[in-house]
Structure formats: C-alpha cells, structure tokens
Design a binder for this molecule. Structure first.
Ligand code: SF4
Ligand code: SF4
Length: 430
C-alpha cells in the first residue's frame, strides 16, 4: 500500500483501493444474521419521549422513530421488535444523542407509512424517512432556503484507505443509483448532478450513470470529498460548510438507498460495510443498522484483545471506539481492528518543528503553526491566521508527526467548534 522512496527524498505515496482490487465483486457481501438487539441513535438530546417511543413499545421494520411528535430529527427502525432501553448517549465532541435499543423479533413486519409517502417523491418525504438510511443521505442542506443548492455531487469514492464499500456500491448498483438520481432531480428540481468516480473506471460509467462524471485519482488523498470540491471549483468551504457554496455532497450508497426505497416502496435497513482484520484481510458484509461492532468482527473470526484498537472508518481518518458493543450507523463504511503492538501512541511531546507535516500536507497548510493555536483552543485565530479551512481532512499530518501529536483530531474538533459557534450566533440573530 505504501511506497517509500529511496533516501527519503520524496513524499510517501498511498493509493486507495482500485475498483479492480475490490475483492471479487461477483461475490455477495456476507449477510450478518439479525442480532438479538440493535441500538439506533436519534441525534438529539434525550429530554422527553413521545407516546410512541417508550420502553415496551413494539416497532416495525422501517418505522420512523422520533423523541417528540413534531420533531424533524428521527431514526428508522432497522428491525421489527420491542423497545427495551432508551438512554442518553454521548457522541463525538460531546454531542448529546439518544440511544434506542430494540429487542428483535424473528420475522420482519414492514411499516406501511413510507410506502404511502413514496408515491410522490418530495423533500419532505426524503427528510422524514431517508435521513437515517444506509449512506445517511443528508437532506438538511437541500431544504435550507438561506443557501440554495445548485449542484449535487455524488461521492463514489471511499474516504479512506483499505475501504471497499463505496466502490462495491458504485460497481454493483448503477441502476439503483440512477433511480436515486431521478428521485433527487424530481424532489429538488436540481439538474446539475455530478458523480465522482475513480479515474481508472471512468469508461465503465460514462453513458451508464445519469450524471456528469468527475474522475478522481487513485492516489491518496485525491478522492477526499474536499479535494474533489477543490479540483471542481477551485474553492473550499468555510465554517458555513459546502452548503454556503451552493454545493451538496451525498454518498453513492445514500443515492442507492433513495433509489431502492422509492422503487420498492420499502426503506433499506441493511448497511454495506468493509470489515478489516489485524492482518489487513478485508471482508464485505451487509448488516442491519444498529448491529454491534463485536458481532461483525466475530463473524469473521477477528479477535479483539486487551489494548487492541477498534476503529470505525479507515486508518487515516477513522475514529477509535471504546467498546465492541457500539453499533454501526448509516454512515459506518468500515470497521477495522489494530493489534496493540502496531498502534501508534499519542504523546504529550511538544512540536519539534521538524516540518514533516508541512511538507506532506497536500493543501499547503502551515500545520506546524496551526497546531500550536489548536492545541491551545484558539480556533478562531487558527482559522484566521493559519488556513484551517484549507485543510481537506486527509490525516497525513498526524500520520507523519514524529511527536505523535493528534493534529487531525485537533483540526476536526476546531472545525466542529467553529461551526457550532456560528450556528449559535445565527440562532441568536433570528
Ligand atoms: S492539515 Fe493535515 S489533515 Fe489537513 S490537509 Fe494538511 S495534511 Fe491533511
Ligand atoms: S510533524 Fe509534528 S513535530 Fe513535526 S512540525 Fe509538524 S507538528 Fe511539529
């Protein structure tokens, strides 16, 4: 995967998985049996629950679950069963969510509400029913009247190394993606739809996908969504996000979910996911959203021992999780396990100004200077003086840092906090 030059004269080079590398595409992903319980998140703090969301309440597959009847934040039940726990959940960056655990029944009973709503594709239906489907279609920016979207970019790449999920979807679900593109066009009225695909397979998709093809290089990090945006428009978003540029990103799997849902009148509830073992061996699987990481790993005989690290996502940009019991969500494209012997440790060593992060950064961010401000929590200064928003979130700086400073995590946190501050200001002005 990694090619190092002789004498260290050039940058290290990584490549994404190629479509031709993705393990036998004709083989179906391994279907993980429906677990005894699933846990789903509603991305909202638990303060109250609606009458339809109580412990002991039966739920159907595809049923929309909300904390209060007039909520626009919801999740979709991936199983039929009975709610057995509702609890607060502390997500990344201290976000307060609600975890709903459902004890599953052996048979699926499909909720009818979506089939009725699906007769006429609309943004409201997409927002109410699809936001928690596989690929996590983010509908919010499409209904934001302050920043009208003029271009949708469908992301057909994997956002990290070693992951096969998106390429598998792109290669095997062309018709379903086209059905999703048609629904998006009808519901949004947006004609400009671009699909980013690996450059080595452009000829496979030209004329088959109903969208403008934008190739990306297989060399890391050229398939990162922000890098694609930079190449397409010559610009990157500020703290207001890509919506402020009139551009909306959506994963290929999300578009396939939309296509499948409206073609069949049934919401898809199974996530495609790449499972990566300690030896780098990869497996494609399909599991109900809310299935625990532990069940996926044990299905492929991957043992997790004391001090091994489980990561949701890939090796450069993934997030470590603290327990095998945590469930996969609609945006979990991969789970990997690192053996404790190969885990790079983080340290509290100071920056020694070696410059490695600066020379590897594809966005020319003065990372060595930026990180000093971010470590001190001076996010606004980091953004104003040292190009925080030029960062395309590839993680290469963290990878090369000799002091093992978690630079990428500092950058993500800074962007999150600045975005949160802006939202709070906008709320106050209303
Ligand atoms: S600052 Fe780090 S994460 Fe951001 S683009 Fe540069 S190397 Fe990548
Ligand atoms: S790689 Fe790490 S130690 Fe070297 S300049 Fe960058 S932050 Fe400092």
């Amino acid at each position: 995967m990694r090619k190092r030059s002789f004498f260290g004269l050039t940058k290290p080079c990584f490549n994404y998985e190629l479509a031709t590398d993705v393990s036998d595409m004709s083989a179906q992903p391994v279907t993980i049996p429906t677990p005894e319980t699933v846990t789903l998140y509603i991305k909202k703090e638990l303060k109250q629950t609606s009458s339809s969301l109580k412990v002991g309440t039966p739920v159907k597959t595809g049923q929309r679950l909300v904390l209060s009847e007039d909520d626009d934040v919801s999740t979709i039940s991936s199983v039929t069963g009975t709610i057995c726990a509702i609890a607060p959940f502390l997500a990344d960056y201290g976000q307060k969510w609600t975890a709903i655990t459902i004890k599953t029944d052996p048979q699926d009973d499909i909720d009818e509400a979506f089939a009725e709503a699906a007769k006429a594709p609309s943004l409201e239906t997409l927002s109410n029913f699809l936001s928690a489907c596989p690929g996590e279609p983010d509908i919010g920016p499409l209904v934001d009247e302050r920043n009208p979207v003029h271009t949708i970019i469908i992301y057909g790449g994997n956002s990290d190394l070693l992951i096969d999920t998106s390429l598998y979807i792109l290669k095997t679900k062309v018709d379903t993606i086209n059905a999703g593109i048609e629904v998006l066009r009808k519901a949004t009225g947006i004609e400009e739809i671009v699909i980013a695909v690996p450059e080595e397979s452009v000829q496979n998709y030209s004329g088959h996908l109903d969208a403008k093809i934008q190739p990306f290089s297989s060399q890391y990090p050229y398939a990162q969504p922000l890098m694609i945006l930079q190449n397409l428009t010559g610009r990157l978003p500020d703290e207001r996000g890509t919506g402020s540029m009139g551009i909306h990103f959506i994963r290929a799997e999300a578009v396939a979910s939309i296509g499948q849902a409206f073609s069949e009148g049934i919401l898809p509830v199974q996530k495609t996911i790449t499972v990566i073992g300690k030896d780098g061996a990869k497996h494609l699987a399909r599991a109900r959203m809310g299935t625990s990481a532990g069940l996926l790993l044990s299905t492929f005989g991957i043992e997790v021992n004391d001090q091994d690290k489980i990561i949701f996502g890939g090796p450069m940009t993934g997030n470590a999780i603290y327990s095998e019991t945590l469930p996969i969500g609609p945006d979990t494209d991969a789970i990997m396990v690192q053996d404790k012997s190969v885990i790079p440790y983080y340290s509290d060593y100071p920056c020694i100004n070696c410059g490695d992060c600066v020379s590897i950064c594809p966005a020319n961010v003065p990372v060595n200077l930026l990180v000093r401000f971010l470590e001190a929590g001076q996010y606004t200064e980091g953004a104003d003086l040292y190009d925080l928003y030029s960062c395309i979130e590839c993680g290469l700086c963290s990878y090369v840092c000799v002091s093992r400073i978690p630079i990428f995590q500092h950058i993500k946190l800074a962007k999150y906090e600045l975005g949160r501050m802006l939202s709070a200001e906008e709320m106050n002005e209303q």
